[in-house]
Write a protein that binds this ligand. Structure first.
Ligand code: HEC
Length: 124
């Protein structure tokens, strides 16, 4: 075994690491979504009881995943490609998409869900 063996194999792994990186470098645009109203709606609907949401007061919940930097997620709830309309549908009625989910359906207008999605995509 030569001393160069390990660094070489690490180098060979590098391209694989980049290929797997689940990062996105653009912010999806939610048609008719307003991030300021969305931040207010996230607080009003108390999503923060279950989620940590940066920039939303008292949103420190640990029941569901933290929702920061959402534009960099590849999937909504680990299952559905992260696109604006999918995220909006999830926010309005998660159990309709994933019957086993612990996230409840929350009664709100589609406009409010659009605003929340806009905030989640635009905030860090
Ligand atoms: C009772 C707790 C609870 C409440 C209230 C709640 N959620 Fe969730 N949420 C969850 C759980 C648990 C998950 C993980 C579900 C899964 O993966 O099946 C989740 C998942 C999500 C996801 C997907 C996260 C990811 O990793 O892709 C989003 C987005 C989301 N919730 C947004 C919201 C918004 C917006 C509200 C308020 C309107 C809200 N949630 C209210 C429990 C909650």
């Amino acid at each position: 075994m030569t001393r160069t063996g390990r660094p070489l194999s690490l180098l060979l792994l590098l391209p694989l690491l980049f290929a797997c990186a689940p990062e996105r470098d653009y912010v999806p645009k939610v048609v008719d979504g307003d991030a300021d109203r969305g931040r207010e709606a996230l607080a009003r609907y108390e999503c923060g009881v279950c989620h940590m949401i940066p920039g939303v007061a008292d949103a420190l919940g640990k029941v569901g995943p933290a929702l920061g930097d959402y534009s960099r997620r590849s999937y909504v709830a680990g299952k559905f490609p992260n696109e604006p309309n999918t995220l909006v549908r999830w926010i309005v009625d998660a159990p309709a998409m994933a019957p086993q989910t612990a996230m409840p359906a929350i009664s709100m207008s589609e406009q409010e869900a659009r605003d929340m999605a806009a905030y989640l995509y635009e905030s860090d």
